[in-house]
Design a protein. Sequence first.
Length: 276
Amino acid sequence: MAAANIIDISEDTFEFEVVNYSTDMPVVLDLWAPWCIPCRVQSRELARLAHEADGIFRLARINVDDQTRLAARLKVQQVPAMKAFVDGRIVAEVSGTLSEQNLRLFIDRVLPKAGNLLLEKGKSLLLLGDLTEAEESLAQYVYESHGEPAGLLALARSLLWQGKARDALAILNNFPASAEFTTAKSLLPLAKAYAGFDELPQTSADPLEAAYRNSLRLARNGKIEIALDGFLDILRQDKRFHDGQLHEIYLALLEVLGDAYPSVRQYRADLSNVLF
């Protein structure tokens, strides 16, 4: 899993892979140049620490010689340098060569507190599509945190991604008042649709109803992007399908994937084009 959290960044990918991604986990920028020997040494050490962290943070590497405009945007004065992003903004930065101890201290400053490590690991596993391990980490976090709302929401997302409607409904129907409450309630139409799937007619003379059942089946089986494509086709023909409930289900599926998921931005744009 750690290898997936070490990535080379360009100006084109920076906004999504760093800024957006940092809303789900801390992103540490490794700013380096090929001619800089201390950069190579420090980059290897950072990669080792990223592997050791096992998905708790993302290491994003930027070759400042290749990405001159991005380096200027980030106000890089010298290399090696590091900047850390959390929730879309820089929260820490340092220039120059650091010892292993100081590298660890820099990273520790931006990592979630010890109690939140399971939450961050679970959210990272969700992004990587490792749903079983994500559920295990998040369930453990919810247990240890006595039902902390951010953990409950992430666990509900992992359950819905796997089509586990009953377990997700148990969380969503009893969700505590919190900053996450509105997002949690937005997942209810999807959870209820999954729960009622077996009551849908096996066949239908209405091609839209047949397409809806097939796409809902795909979503419940974890094939969310294929399902979203199917739902978009239905909405192109009937924007108010099922009295607008399909629109709510579509948005709920995007919440399940999360804004850091690669295709979510495009799916939001596609929906907007269909509806407006």
